[in-house]
Structures are given as structure tokens and as C-alpha cells.
Design a protein around this ligand. Structure first.
Ligand SMILES: NC(=O)c1ccc[n+]([C@@H]2O[C@H](COP(=O)([O-])OP(=O)(O)OC[C@H]3O[C@@H](n4cnc5c(N)ncnc54)[C@H](O)[C@@H]3O)[C@@H](O)[C@H]2O)c1
Length: 282
């Protein structure tokens, strides 16, 4: 996609972190921005700051796990901006870490609801609208390095992000086979300093539980929290790569090239019938 002025972008999880940075990057290109999020105050603050910077922006409260809420977002976007040219299925949460058998049903429901159903809902609701327009467009689904690797004590997050990768790959084939004018990419970042480690702030009350995490779970979580906070690649750096990826129609957007050897190890293990190597412990 090469032309951005007056195009319309819908960004879920747009109030903070990667979504906000992608929104700001696109706004500087003259794109009209619809930021969707569950976090009301942060969303209002981000919308106000975009307006102060002179950007054409709207905010809408939307829970991506809920199909009706995503349908309302689409309706609101069409009412205000008249089209949808760019879609970022970016909202995501990092549920508590745990061994594969330790996650509670509510943790699975929350993680799968936001990270997997959120992307399914976004694709199901917006792709038909974008196809009907018969104009150029692009969809970016935010997965993670956790969608390319299988990490200990992170089965839940990895399941959700592997789902986003495979859904994006199939979507890509479907768009090509149907000669669609829109294309898609999957974003797989590693550690980027955002609010992702504080995802609990957005867990709905009915999905909260009292699971007590083991010492090793908590140690693992601390390690990940530290890595996110210390991440050398900023949300703005990732947003620049995403913009470049859309311009050049790059499918896999890997913002952290140093993860590639671990991905190669996983694929090699599969091809050589080897058991999975724990690249995380290295
Ligand atoms: N930061 C990282 O290190 C990292 C690494 C890999 C992948 N990711 C992915 O990047 C995406 C963005 O996360 P981030 O790092 O910017 O974190 P963040 O917490 O700063 O932003 C996530 C946004 O999603 C919103 N959100 C949460 N639940 C929602 C729901 N049900 N409906 C709508 N919005 C909801 C939050 O309110 C928040 O604004 C996520 O999908 C995350 O899994 C992040």
C-alpha cells in the first residue's frame, strides 16, 4: 500500500503501547485514526493528545472479545469516517504465567477471548467491509515472538499467539486466492517497553480468580517483566517497522531479528524429528 492521505485506520488496543505508537505514526502520514480500547481514561487521554497534535482521531470503547462490541466499532467507524482502509488487530493481554496444567479456566477464557477471539472478531467483522470497498487496504495482526516459539510456563500466551500467526497466514492465502485488493501482515515483536506486563488491569471481574501462582511462576513473570521494561526497541521503533511493512507488503514483521536463530532451531527440530529445544533458557 502506497497512498495513505485521508485513509482510515482502526486500531484495537489503541489507547497505549504499540497501538498508540502505530496510531501516531500513521497520523503523521495523514491517516484518520479510530482508536478502540477497553480502558476509558487512557483512551480519552490518548485521543486528546492526538487532537492536540492536530491529528484527525476518534476513540471508541470496544471489547474485542465481544463480537457485538466489534460490530458496533465498525458501525461507529463508518458513520464517522465513511470507510476502513487499515485494520490493526492489536489488543492483547499477557495472562499470569504457569505450567501448562496450572492455568485456570478463567485465565484461558480471558487470554483466548482477547488474544484469539479479538483477532477473529476483527477479521470477521472488518474484512467483508474492506473487500466490499474494492479499494487498497491492509490488515496487521499483532502476534508475538511467542507465536513462533513454544516457551516454558507460557503455554497460554503461546497458544494465543500461535493462533494469531496461523490465522494470519491463512488469511494471507485467502486474500491472494480471491484476488483481493487488501493484503495482510503479522507482527511478531519480542520485548517492547509498554504496559503489557500490567495486563491484569483490564481483566473483567467475571474472569478474575484466586489461583495462587507458584514461586517459579512468579520468578518467571519477574524475568519477563524485567525484559519488557528493559526492551531496547521502543513502541515507536516497532511502529516505524509496521509502517514500512505495510508500504512494502511484508508479511512477517519481526521487529527483533535476534529471535530468528531460536525460530530456526524450532523449525530444524521439527524437520529432524528432534524433541523441542528450550531456547528460552539460553
Ligand atoms: N510489549 C511487548 O513486549 C509485546 C511483545 C509481543 C507482543 N505484544 C503484543 O502487542 C500487543 C499490544 O500490547 P502492548 O505491548 O502495547 O501492551 P499495552 O498493555 O500497553 O497495550 C494493550 C492495549 O490493549 C487494550 N486491551 C486489553 N484488553 C482489551 C480488550 N478486551 N478489548 C480492547 N482492548 C483491550 C489495553 O487496554 C491496552 O491499551 C498485544 O497483542 C501484545 O500481546 C507485546
Amino acid at each position: 500500500m502506497k497512498h495513505f492521505i485521508n485513509k482510515v485506520a482502526v486500531i484495537t488496543g489503541g489507547a497505549s503501547g504499540l497501538g498508540r505508537a502505530i496510531g501516531r505514526r500513521l497520523a503523521t502520514e495523514g491517516v484518520k485514526i479510530m482508536l478502540a480500547d477497553v480502558e476509558k481514561q487512557t483512551l480519552n487521554d490518548t485521543v486528546s493528545s492526538f487532537k492536540d497534535e492536530g491529528y484527525d482521531v476518534k476513540g471508541h470503547i470496544c471489547d474485542v472479545a465481544n463480537r457485538q462490541s466489534v460490530e458496533e466499532l465498525a458501525k461507529f467507524t463508518l458513520q464517522h469516517f465513511g470507510s476502513v482502509d487499515l485494520l490493526f488487530n492489536n489488543a492483547g493481554v499477557a495472562p499470569p504465567s504457569g505450567r501448562a496444567w496450572e492455568h485456570s479456566e478463567k485465565e484461558w477464557e480471558w487470554g483466548l477471548g482477547v488474544n484469539v477471539w479479538g483477532v477473529i472478531n476483527g477479521i470477521s467483522v472488518f474484512t467483508p467491509l474492506m473487500l466490499k470497498q474494492e479499494t487498497e487496504g491492509h490488515i496487521v495482526n499483532t502476534a508475538s515472538v511467542a507465536g513462533l516459539l513454544s516457551l516454558p510456563q507460557m503455554s497460554l500466551y503461546c497458544v494465543t499467539k500461535h493462533s494469531v500467526v496461523t490465522l494470519s497466514e491463512s488469511l494471507y492465502h485467502d486474500l491472494i486466492e480471491t484476488n483481493a485488493k487488501i493484503s495482510c501482515s503479522v507482527l511478531c515483536p519480542a520485548y517492547v517497553p509498554t504496559q503489557i506486563s500490567d495486563s491484569e488491569r483490564n481483566r473483567p471481574n467475571h474472569l478474575k480468580d484466586k489461583r495462587v501462582q507458584s514461586k517459579e511462576n512468579l520468578e518467571m513473570e519477574e524475568k519477563v517483566k524485567y525484559a519488557v521494561k528493559a526492551g531496547k526497541i521502543s513502541a515507536e521503533d516497532v511502529a516505524n517497522l509496521v509502517f514500512q511493512g505495510i508500504q512494502e507488503d511484508t508479511f512477517y514483521i519481526l521487529s527483533h531479528p535476534r529471535i530468528k536463530p531460536a525460530v530456526e532451531t524450532r523449525v530444524t527440530d521439527i524437520l529432524l524429528n528432534k524433541s523441542p529445544t528450550n531456547t528460552f533458557s539460553k
